[in-house]
Design a protein around this ligand. Structure first.
Ligand code: NAG
Ligand code: NAG
Ligand code: NAG
Length: 369
């Protein structure tokens, strides 16, 4: 679906913004025939997106009938109060519930993958109410999403960090700002980069590419390691941002490498003003989300040693560093609140697409693509 996101990008002449992806029909066709799809996706996107951009921007009209959205299980089994979508996001007509008794009345049911993947949480009884939609929600990477095969042909809509999801909620995104007084540049003054390079890692596994990269890199440059294997770390996000502000660079190394899998590691660094050194999908993929100079990609250098030399050079040369920071004048950042924003975004899309049908035939293959 690269084509699709490219066209979308061109049309909006900026990075892929969330909230406008409701072209599940497109994905269906695609699942069956990739070759044809490559050709026709661009065309279909052009036609449908042209219309949808006009149609679907902004909140749905208050006059549309309301939606009842049932949250089948709280993600990772952790209860969180459900949001009031109007109060928090100015989205009309959403009733969220976690009461399974509401199943028959629900317009849609949202399932968090990790919690249903093991098969120990019963799914609702079939046949499901006519026109009810089942939503597959997942923000883990394919490598950490076991058991997807069993869900081929089960769901109607996808809700993930991938730009080609039906309901698109990335880990973060940039918002173009004409007025620099509202841009990320304002946070640049908070930066106190007295230290060179940090890495925070919670799940340490020698089998991860990021760990072997770390082993290579630290032979050439000092890396301050935090997390289970390093210095202890308070979990609160504010503390994390405070820590990152002290650093010139931050290692934003994903646990696995997959399309669009660009997580809060990058966005926290961006927020704090530390220049992210990224390991994840290709540079080209990152450039759908960030200006090219906003990050340093490990693939930019043939060896870890050359990357280390570049970081040292930047540390001693503020003029050179500016190259990686000046883009901040033109953007602000948004990081979603888990999971309230996901639910409310789902509701918004459901209201706009009421009456349409769709099926996710090949969940596993799509998510790995
Ligand atoms: C930029 O925003 C600030 C504060 O929001 C405002 O005072 C200023 O007039 C704005 N400047 C322009 C050029 O719009
Ligand atoms: C940590 O990484 C291992 C190895 O990839 C993986 O099996 C495990 O699920 C991960 N744990 C978490 C909490 O993501
Ligand atoms: C939802 O998906 C199921 C299973 O693929 C399908 O039978 C049903 O018709 C779909 N419903 C809608 C409203 O799209």
């Amino acid at each position: 679906m690269e084509e699709g996101s490219w066209v979308r990008q061109r049309l909006s002449s900026s990075f892929t913004a969330p909230g406008n992806n409701i072209h599940s029909g497109m994905k269906l066709g695609c699942a069956h025939n990739y070759v044809l799809c490559a050709v026709c996706t661009a065309t279909i996107c052009f036609l449908t997106l042209g219309i949808s951009v006009l149609y679907l921007q902004g909140p749905p009209s208050p006059s549309l009938p309301p939606i009842t959205l049932l949250v089948w299980v709280h993600p990772f089994g952790r209860f969180r109060p459900l949001p009031d979508c109007w109060e928090q996001y100015r989205i009309h007509g959403c009733t969220l519930t976690d009461d399974k008794d509401a199943y028959r009345q629900a317009d849609a049911v949202i399932f968090h993958h990790r919690d249903i993947s093991k098969g120990n949480i019963p799914m609702p009884p079939e046949p499901r109410p006519r026109s009810q939609k089942w939503i597959w929600m997942n923000h883990e990477s394919p490598s950490h999403s076991p058991g997807m095969q069993r869900f081929d042909g089960v769901f109607n809509l996808t809700l993930t960090y991938r730009t080609d999801s039906d309901i698109y909620v990335p880990y973060g995104h940039l918002i173009p700002q004409v007025n620099s007084s509202r841009s990320l540049d304002q946070t640049t003054s908070l930066r106190r980069p007295v230290r060179l390079l940090a890495w925070v890692v919670s799940n340490w596994s020698e089998s991860h590419a990021r760990v072997s990269f770390y082993h290579k890199l630290r032979q050439h440059v000092n890396v301050d390691l935090y997390g289970r294997k390093g210095k202890p770390l308070a979990k609160r996000r504010e503390t994390m941002l405070g820590l990152l502000r002290q650093y010139m660079f931050y290692l934003a190394l994903e646990n696995s490498q997959h399309t669009d899998y660009i997580t809060e590691k990058v966005w926290n660094a961006v927020q704090a003003g530390a220049i992210p050194v990224v390991l994840g999908p290709s540079r080209q993929n990152y450039e759908h989300f960030l200006p090219p100079e906003a990050f340093i990609h490990v693939d930019d250098f043939p060896t870890a040693q050359e990357l280390a030399q570049y970081l040292n050079r930047l540390m001693q040369n503020p003029a050179l560093t500016k190259r990686h920071l000046s883009w901040r004048q033109s953007y602000s950042i948004h990081q979603p609140t888990f999971w309230t924003e996901h639910y409310c975004t789902a509701c918004k899309v459901l209201r706009r697409t009421r009456g349409q049908t769709s099926e996710v035939h090949r969940l596993h293959d799509w998510f790995y693509s």
